[in-house]
Design a protein around this ligand. Sequence first.
Ligand code: GCB
Length: 612
Amino acid sequence: MKGKNRIANLFLTAIVLCSFLVKGLSQNNMLQNIYGRTHLSLNGRWNYIIDPYEMGYYDYRHTPFDQSATGKGGFYDDRQQKDKGELIEYDFTLSPNMKVPGDWNSQSDKLEFYEGTIWLRQKFKADPKANKKYFLYFGAVNYEAHVYLNGKKLGIHKGGFTPFQFDVTGKLTKGENFVVVKADNTRHQDEIPTVNTDWWNYGGITRDVLLAEVPTTYIADYKIQLAKGNLNRIEGFVQLAGVETSQTVTISIPEAGIRQSVVTDAKGRAVVTIPVKKLNYWTPESPKLYTVEIAGAVDKITDRIGFRTIETKGQDILLNGKSVFLRGISLHDENPLIPGRLRGQGDMRMMLQWAKELNCNYVRLAHYPHSEEMVRLADEMGLMVWAEVPVYWTISWENPATFANAQQQLSDLIIRDKNRSSVIIWSVGNETPLSDPRNLFMGKLVSTARSLDDTRLVAAALEIHRNGSNVVVEDPLGDKLDLVSFNEYAGWYWSNTKDMLNYKFDIKYNKPVVITEFGADALGGYHADDETRWSEEYQELLYKNQFTMLTAISGLRGMTPWILTDFRSPRRQHPYFQDYWNRKGLISETGKKKKAFHILKAFYDDMQNKYK
Ligand code: GCB
């Protein structure tokens, strides 16, 4: 009986995994460098219908319309009354509209706390050509998206921060088309992230929507980066897709005098190895990007790519072979002034410019993939990046579908950003509590990251535990990671500004230490003595004491204090000091710098001189 149960369980697991993967099929051959393609932007104002009962999805017997015999009746049909007797209980055209990209919570008071389904519709004109392929691309939809084009379902995507696309070749109409998205940001225990997070669960189409056009054989993907630890060799691949997959493809970097051809195999793939004599290597001080052209017989794409190596050696981090200290700050994908998700380049520049004002050379893009544009901007502005997936706190470690989902999100992030020189670290998660299933889950994510990209460091934000006056960093995952990174809230969640200096760090690994978080809440403009919680003075003294504690760690090679700006969180409920804001920002929700901002900047100025 036991054996039978086990077989039944395995069978079930296989079904769950398969169904996840089938849904995830839209992910295959994600177009590298979407912004480098001929495309039509579908951004703009989309009409929307708030649908808490999912009336547009289920009939009154709770059968999804899109799975019923006729396939008719859901909101995805975008119907208009044709004669006066026709009963239709919705109308997109008469419904309100919101900005896309943009979360819905920040666009209407009604939606501030909304979690559930909203339907969004956009109309656009197309003129599809017979010798082209078309992809409908979404930068991100939080969390589950059902996508319909001209009333037909294209598929489902789960995961709120990674891109996805559908092949819509042959599905576009000459002239008017319409796309309908059912976006649902309901939280579930078994998803990634899970139900409990310390950030706002912004719903909606939060990133760009594009209709991309490519030739019938096209450059689907490529990696053009320096080989691991090697300043004299570019290594990577090109991947074609379509009808004639075996072709000559030429990679050129005119400014560096590089031009090399490779021939793709029947599967469209070719390995690229290019010896280089001299390049202006990418650094935060001099973020040089080269124009890289990749040309097949009928497709050609241009990218801006920087070249640098990143490695660890003992307790050192080496950028282009030189020891570097990571002067960082953590940030969320949120503009506190809206407040809502970053909606475009202006918002992104504002955030990264603030990091620059702190004299940062590094940012932690917490706790999930930020947009491709953000990472491209970091390339351009000279900021190294810690990129992360939302494997946060108490994930369902034993559910194989949850693992498949986490692995998919990690893969999508790495596939998307593997050509960005700014990205130096892949993080597989944050503050995940020790247990055997967790260790296994996280260990497998580390292997996934390494198998997809061996040129970057792999890390995770670990937890600490206290033993007397020792702050101990010991985690079975630590052996598998390149950095010792952990969140410690000395002086805030334990101890206080007076006593925190009595603690010492006891770190069990001989690796570079890059602290992922410490911090204190301060309400911007609230002043008191430095023992008073929520005051700018408390936060300021806590930062000073942290520097005293942290500089005593021999392997200290960087940090990303928590956090650049105040951010919204449903968990932060003190009516006066918080009011649904986490106040650990160095900049308030009105954009005002708190005292600790200047303390951190002074510390970074010092560290910069030490590492010259
Ligand atoms: C943490 C989490 C972060 C929280 C922060 C806090 O350790 O990683 O997401 O926002 O603490 O403010 O408590």
